[in-house]
Design a protein around this ligand. Structure first.
Ligand code: SF4
Ligand code: SF4
Length: 340
């Protein structure tokens, strides 16, 4: 009795991904999708098998070892310094329960962004076959390995052109999953996303990074600005009660879209679509190259401050995404100097 009480009270360091996360990637299954923190995401736990499927058994075996280790105070070296590590009273059970899912089991995309990790060999990535995960998800749901409060984030490639996208989204909606986050180029209109928005169960994030057709084409590699704006307007109009589920993202790219004029053009475009939710982010490569360059970081913070103040002046809700958030946390003092 005393022993089990002690066990219940014990705190240890871990993170939601280590405990309960699964990331379906094009080269295998990973324990997390936080690329920027260089954690357990550095390598796939189980590679894609020759039959174009995943080795789920191997993944769950390793997950169990990770959970056991964190309870003994052992954390992977690749997780050190990650802000997601938390010391708290985690659930002591090491059962296979999945509460965080990231899906990028396909690499096809209808855009060709300058900053995409696949940009160096687009033809190859667009030719890869999707790895199908719907049967596995259904099985996990049936066996209560994933439950309806699971956090699901869909990236890619472009989700709307993935083979199983509509089927999976409809399955999740039919089974009352509360929220599906989708990162889309916005080029293809999706009826499944429309349904999820109508039912208040979708965060749709579209990164347009520009406010003019010319700049859009330069960054995204395709001439689809007008089509995307039209689709955004439609998505925005079908939302039910909450009007903030469609999010437009702006990734600041050094020397490409980093003038005040570029940012004002972007906000004019946001206002035209009726969207009231904006996220600012930084390019991952830029962050890795400049994370210790105080001069460049200060200049970037000044631009981010301008962006934030402009958003506030237009009553647009504004927040930061992963990379920007990381740089802010890492350079707290510089950030406070610029923003205070
Ligand atoms: S601690 Fe960070 S890097 Fe490690 S698994 Fe968690 S989120 Fe990923
Ligand atoms: S929309 Fe996303 S997946 Fe497609 S090219 Fe751009 S960054 Fe890559």
């Amino acid at each position: 009795m005393f022993f089990s009480l002690f066990q219940r009270q014990k705190t240890f360091t871990s993170c939601e991904w280590l405990e309960h996360g699964i990331h379906f990637n094009i080269d295998g299954l990973y324990h997390c999708c936080e690329y920027f923190h260089g954690g357990t995401n550095n390598f796939p736990v189980s590679n894609v098998l020759p039959n174009n499927n995943y080795d789920y058994k191997k993944f769950f075996k390793e997950k169990k070892i990770i959970r056991k280790n964190s309870r003994k105070g052992i954390i992977s070296k690749r997780c050190i310094d990650c802000p997601h590590l938390t010391n708290k009273k985690w659930n002591k059970s090491i059962d296979n329960i999945i509460t965080k899912i990231a899906i990028s089991s396909f690499s096809k995309c209808n855009a060709s962004c300058l900053y995409c990790s696949t940009s160096y060999n687009k033809k190859y990535y667009n030719s890869l076959k999707d790895i199908h995960i719907f049967d596995f998800l259904k099985k996990c749901y049936k066996n209560k390995i994933i439950t309806a409060d699971c956090d699901i984030e869909w990236g890619g490639g472009e989700p709307t052109i993935a083979d199983e996208f509509d089927e999976i989204v409809n399955f999740l909606l039919d089974n009352s999953f509360p929220l599906i986050k989708v990162h889309s180029s916005g080029i293809k209109y999706s009826k499944a996303i429309e349904r999820a928005l109508r039912e208040d169960k979708c965060d749709l994030i579209i990164s347009i990074d520009s406010g003019t057709s010319e700049l859009y084409k330069k960054i995204k590699g395709v001439d689809s600005f007008n089509k995307v704006i039209e689709n955004i307007k439609h998505y925005q109009s079908v939302q039910n009660n909450k009007k903030y589920q469609v999010v437009l993202k702006y990734i600041i790219l050094d020397g490409i879209n980093d003038t005040k004029e570029d940012i004002i053009n972007f906000f004019n475009c946001v206002i035209d679509t009726g969207v009231i939710n904006v996220r600012c982010d930084l390019e991952m490569k830029w962050c890795l190259q400049n994370k210790n360059n105080n001069e460049k970081i200060t200049k970037m913070f000044e631009l981010m401050k301008f962006m934030q103040e402009y958003a506030e002046s237009k009553n647009i809700h504004y927040a930061y995404n992963t990379q920007a958030d990381f740089i802010i946390k890492k350079h707290k003092n510089l950030y406070e100097k610029v923003f205070m």
